[in-house]
Design a protein around this ligand. Sequence first.
Ligand SMILES: [Zn+2]
Ligand SMILES: [Zn+2]
Length: 338
Amino acid sequence: MARMRAVQVARAGGRLELIERDMPEPARGEVRVRVEACGVCHSDSLTVEGQWPDLSFPRIPGHEVAGVIDAIGAGVVGWRVGQRVGVGWFGGHCGHCEPCLRGWLIDCRNLRIPGISYDGGYAEAMVAPAHALAAIPDEFGAPEAAPLLCAGVTTFNALRHSGAMPGDVVAILGIGGLGHLGVQFANKLGFRTVAIARGADKEPLSRQLGAHHFIDNATEDVAAALNRLGGARAVLATVTSAKAMAPAIDGLAVRGRLIVVGIDLEPIEVSPLQLIGASRSVVGHASGASIDSQDTLAFSALSGVRPMVETMPLARAPEAYARMMRGDARFRMVLTMT
Ligand SMILES: [Zn+2]
Ligand SMILES: [Zn+2]
């Protein structure tokens, strides 16, 4: 049997280790993807730290996968060997739970996530259900496509369903792996785009990415600054700190929404009065299904949205992961397999 290199975590809180194992074979309804690139996402820490319930080890992390189909299981329709595809956070739905029956596939109660429910993309190959695949347009090389499969679809899908209309004030809180894409999408979707980040040194890049306004939340009152612009129709919170999210709530316009995509285990502090007084809401948003990833890739190709990536070979996964966790990545670490 063919062998492959992969990076796995042997136990919760264990280190990322380079191993060699048998190449997986696709079962019925699955394809095997020869991985070309895999983004390193903050949510990979759920696997590395063993924070996801019922995680089984050893496990290969990675849910920002770009590659090429190299084997197809029985019963797969619509995909062929050689096709360029991606797999993101959405790694398959059950098709029989209530959200699935309502068509809300990302909310499937039995959602499968690459790198969590099954082995992910820190490897030369992985298998995934065919319905979890998104086609990659020719405009993108694998390292650029990979981050769009999680960071990209999460921000694009949240913004296009935010209720904001062209010309509305929309703020992106946090200019990192997600935020640097969020600012580009907000600009291309026609919003008056506000970047909120810690430190004035983030301003030039924020503006280069398409921000019309910049708020330094290390020194400025975020709510007051947003209110000077008329209040935000939506604030997309990409930071992984609940504490950093709360100050934006009073900067929401009437019926404005704080859309939470950054993961923290701490509570977001908000009073009922803050919400009721102006009919504001705080909502969570979970990336999107594979067709949303495909839309994200197509919109990015059309509009010129591009992730900024730092690549490292697979064997340097521990270094790439550590760099991402320290917040030093500019702006997405991507592992390359060749
Ligand atoms: Zn992710
Ligand atoms: Zn389901």
